[in-house]
Design a protein around this ligand. Structure first.
Ligand code: SF4
Ligand code: SF4
Length: 430
């Protein structure tokens, strides 16, 4: 090909836009009766003009940077104005990730402290990030250590970035939700009290995420998003309160529809009495959602622990699979004991072995596919052979059990069986 036919890329980066154009663009974003983020940003020390340059040029105005802060090993992210902006001297933008209370519930006192921290050490700007559950404080580089000391004094830490345990997330659980089988908030706090070093000091091949869902509805979608997933569940059938069920029917509850809604036909109605076959119940929560509080999670409650869910990773998206099928939780005050069982497997066995054998930037879900599920249970979880065999052979019709690998990684035989099971399930639901 002749050189004149080659596509010409004049520059990877744009020219800085004219000042008037940037100001005009930002002014446009302040028009109208609705709140304007530009107006609000102008009340802080945030460099709004640089932000406007990026918008006009259609390119990020930020380049990566690094802030030195002895004693802070995780949780600080740094940027500087990109060379294409030609801003001299460059403007630095550092922000700290703060590990916040469970379920993102703040007392007004704590919020006032965070505002105070932001004004005293930073730009007067706080960001609340829903997905990761972080609070981010923009901070002056030379005041990073002072901010860290201030946050520690009010019981908070900076951390959760890099190859660490990322911000641990719990659903609101008993705070807002009647279905909660265990106290997800307490479980999350307990995780930090046992594993705070994991969140503040990078030490692993890649990141680790814990998520706590209070019931099998799994509002957090933890099964698809976390390396270690703890879900509240129960054994046997949901619990029926006959008196409340009678009231529910009197108030217009459609019992025939309730029976039909069960995907495994576990519910029967003989015209006067509702019964549920616990051996068929897959804990889908459908009947409970329809008829709560007449139908509730069963009385024999506990935790199921899953491992290896990710959306983005080496071997693609995958659901977490059952590691520990059921840890009994006979009463709420046994939660810490139950969690210690989880930590004895995860903290004392799996993570040290994954640290040793995991490849760089390999989530634990990818490691267990690489080393095989059987070997993982034997050498990483150190389960005895009987338990490992039981977990490996669990059928996909049981709640949260899966083949342990993503569909695309299944053998042809497994794929066919999976599709056949799915087809049967679809017929049942119709
Ligand atoms: S996961 Fe269950 S307990 Fe938690 S908020 Fe959702 S429905 Fe409620
Ligand atoms: S929880 Fe789901 S599977 Fe179990 S009885 Fe209710 S509707 Fe059926």
């Amino acid at each position: 090909m002749a050189s004149e036919e080659l596509p010409i890329t004049p520059s990877l980066w744009p020219e800085p836009p004219p000042k008037e154009k940037v100001e005009e663009y930002l002014a446009e974003l302040e028009k109208g009766p609705w709140p304007s983020h530009v107006t609000e940003l102008k009340k802080t020390k945030y460099p709004v003009y640089i932000y406007g340059m990026g918008l006009v040029a259609g390119a990020t105005p930020w380049a990566t940077s690094a802030a030195k802060a002895p004693g802070i090993y995780s949780g600080v992210l740094s940027r500087m104005s990109h060379p294409w902006t030609r801003i001299t001297p460059p403007v630095f933008e550092d922000h700290a990730r703060v590990l916040i209370p469970s379920a993102q519930v703040f007392t007004t006192t704590l919020l006032r402290f965070l505002i105070e921290a932001s004004r005293r050490y930073g730009w007067g700007l706080l960001q609340f990030i829903g997905g990761t559950g972080d609070v981010v404080i923009n901070v002056d580089r030379e005041k990073l250590i002072d901010l860290d000391i201030f946050l520690r004094r009010i019981g908070l830490d900076i951390g959760g970035s890099g190859d660490v345990m990322r911000n641990t997330v719990s659903c609101p659980g008993p705070l807002l939700c009647p279905y909660a089988i265990y106290d997800t908030l307490k479980a999350r706090d307990f995780t930090y009290s046992c594993l705070i070093d994991w969140a503040t000091y990078p030490q692993f091949p890649y990141k680790i995420k814990f998520k706590y869902s209070g019931c099998p509805i799994d509002c957090l979608k933890a099964q698809a998003r976390a390396d270690y997933v703890i879900i509240g569940t129960w054994r046997g059938a949901p619990d029926i309160d006959d008196e409340k069920l009678r009231q529910w029917i009197e108030e217009g509850g459609d019992v025939e529809e309730l029976v039909r809604s069960c995907p495994t036909r576990a519910i029967t109605w003989d015209g006067s009495r509702l019964s549920i076959d616990g051996s068929k119940c897959v804990k889908c929560m459908e009947c409970i959602r329809r008829a709560y509080p007449a139908i509730k999670p069963g009385k024999e409650r506990g935790l199921t622990v899953l491992i290896g869910g990710t959306i983005k990773s080496r071997s693609g998206p995958k659901l977490a699979k059952v590691l520990i099928p059921f840890i009994p939780l006979p009463s709420p005050d046994k939660l810490e004991e139950a969690l210690m069982t989880v930590f004895q497997v995860v903290r004392d066995r799996i993570v040290p072995k994954w640290d040793e054998e995991g490849w760089r930037r390999e989530r634990v879900g990818d490691t267990l596919i690489r080393v095989t599920w059987q070997r993982f249970l034997r050498d990483f979880a150190k389960f005895d052979p009987d338990l490992a065999a039981k977990i490996t052979k669990a059928t996909p019709t049981e709640p949260y059990y899966s083949y342990g690998i993503t569909f695309f990684n299944m053998s042809e035989e497994q794929k066919q069986k999976y599709l056949e099971d799915l087809r049967k399930a679809m017929e049942t639901w119709q």
